[in-house]
Design a protein around this ligand. Structure first.
Ligand SMILES: [Mg+2]
Length: 250
């Protein structure tokens, strides 16, 4: 039986760099334009779904060439492998919940972890659709096109909480509730984090700013070494998740 489920964002959380920003800045709209779009989003004008689609549709490179470009440049968080190994040995299931697109995430994970490890992981994300075979023109296909998030991570977590099997693990979440961890770095992680028992938020990123503003409890991490530490404190030492929350008001 699964003891805990670690839900994690991909870009900027499992990896150090954001693959979509990297693509957009090099083959799409300028970095200034992208930052302008992000600024509008933080000030809650416009939807992530629409802005992100603009970013993706402006990338002038076939998807397989995007993948080739990214595998050379995107790095894994230095503590991720060790944490994943620990999870695999201790009946802890790791699930990736991403606003990115499957071909990119899958290729990066295979490159960074090897095919066997990568293919064990459950990935819930958006897809791509080829619009023109000749030119390689593609677009993003959202998991939740009706949502302003494109992929509403909180819906996915609700769905996953109903699953009876996850990444090869048998789970009966109604009978024996696992501890839910969430790891993220961006604003799109806020609604998902609210569905979990403990949020790990990457130091120096938007998610922490957002948590501070909204009084949302979190545990700061610099690398997955800190996440592993936190998981061990809860599962091995029996610490209450509340004791790991940094801005929790008792
Ligand atoms: Mg991210």
């Amino acid at each position: 039986m699964v003891k805990a489920i670690v839900f994690s964002d991909f870009d900027g959380t499992i990896t150090l760099e954001d693959s979509n920003d990297t693509l957009s800045d090099n083959f799409g709209i300028s970095k200034d334009q992208r930052l302008e779009l992000f600024k509008e989003l933080i000030n809650s004008q416009g939807s992530f779904r629409d802005s992100f689609k603009i970013m993706m549709d402006n990338i002038n490179l076939p998807i397989d060439e995007c993948v080739e470009y990214l595998v050379e440049r995107i790095n894994l968080d230095p503590g991720f492998k060790t944490c994943l190994e620990y999870c695999n040995k201790n009946d802890i299931c790791v699930v990736i919940i991403s606003s990115g697109m499957r071909p990119i995430i899958q290729a990066l994970l295979r490159h960074l972890l090897g095919n066997e490890e990568a293919d064990k992981l459950t990935i819930v994300c958006n897809e791509t659709e080829i619009l023109d075979e000749k030119t390689g023109k593609w677009t993003i296909k959202y998991k939740n096109p009706e949502s302003i998030h494109g992929h509403d991570k909180s819906i996915s977590i609700d769905e996953l909480k109903q699953a009876t099997e996850l990444s090869g693990y048998k789970v009966d979440q109604a009978k024996e509730k696992p501890i839910y961890f969430y790891c993220g770095d961006g604003v799109s992680d806020v609604s998902a984090a609210a569905k979990c028992d403990l949020l790990f938020a990457r130091e120096g990123k938007d998610l922490i700013t957002f948590c501070e503003k909204g009084d949302i409890p979190y545990h700061k991490f610099q690398s997955w070494k800190d996440i592993l530490n936190g998981i061990k404190q809860v599962l091995e030492e029996g610490k209450d998740v509340k004791d790991l929350m940094q801005n929790h008001k008792h």
